[in-house]
Design a protein around this ligand. Sequence first.
Ligand code: R1P
Ligand code: URA
Length: 288
Amino acid sequence: MTLPASEFIQNKDGSVYHLNLLPQHLANTVITVGDPERVNAVTRYFDKIEFKVQKREFHTQTGTYQGKRITVISTGIGTGNIDIVLNELDALVNIDFKSLSVKKELTSLDIIRIGTSGSIQEEIPLDSFLLSESAIGFDALLHFYECNHILEKEFSEALTRHLKWPKENPDPYVVNVDKELALKFNEGFHRGVTLTNCGFYGPQGRVLRLKVKDAQLNEKLHDFNYLGKKITNLEMETSAIYGLSKLMGHRAVSLNAIVANRATKEFSKDPKKTVDKLIQLALRQIVA
Ligand code: R1P
Ligand code: URA
């Protein structure tokens, strides 16, 4: 089946609509970061950079690190952007750009998020690193896809009961990490359950001037326990990366630099340094 021009959108040079990439620009190992400036912070460790492009918040560079070809791409903030990035990365390997049809043989990418996050547990301290073994999505993105077969239903049901989840909110969904890819990152990481939400302030329980509906939300999240697992940290992309990767047949892992501790009310004195340490740790383990 040929995909119509309104669904699979190409720019004049044939590149994919938002990311401005052609299939030959993408490596099979992809590091995603939120901040477009963080792309340089990763590729400054590369042996060489073969390609660079930026459109909107999507800044991409492909090169080699210790001989391994890697693409680094910024996603900007939030799961809405992840929908664009994951669909277009997938199209670059699994759609034939000439016939505009889905390839018969599918290619799987390794997708590694290097992002920042706020801990909600005292024992996950500032400036530490955390690998998300599971992601809970309070964003509604995955519900627009046929996804029931990849969700951890009992986990999300236990959480909605614990939180007395309001009917008007979209149901939380839970997706696990790709266990095989996670095995690579076996040194220097706490392991935990990451909660992804659709905002940084109210949705993560931050009160500046506006009142939130549930002022106890973070405390309830802190106290939740499912089969010995606690919710450890809050951020804004992991649920969608895990969900879409699993649906598309890619492997994904989310690595978090803990720059805020919401339980102790502290923020990192040098978040850039912490992120740099995480970048170096992740790169070493990607090629190990
Ligand atoms: C909010 O400040 C942003 O930081 C975290 C959140 O997920 C959100 O994108 O990740 P990044 O540092 O990767 O952007
Ligand atoms: N990113 C988030 O989304 N939340 C935090 O508290 C810190 C970084």
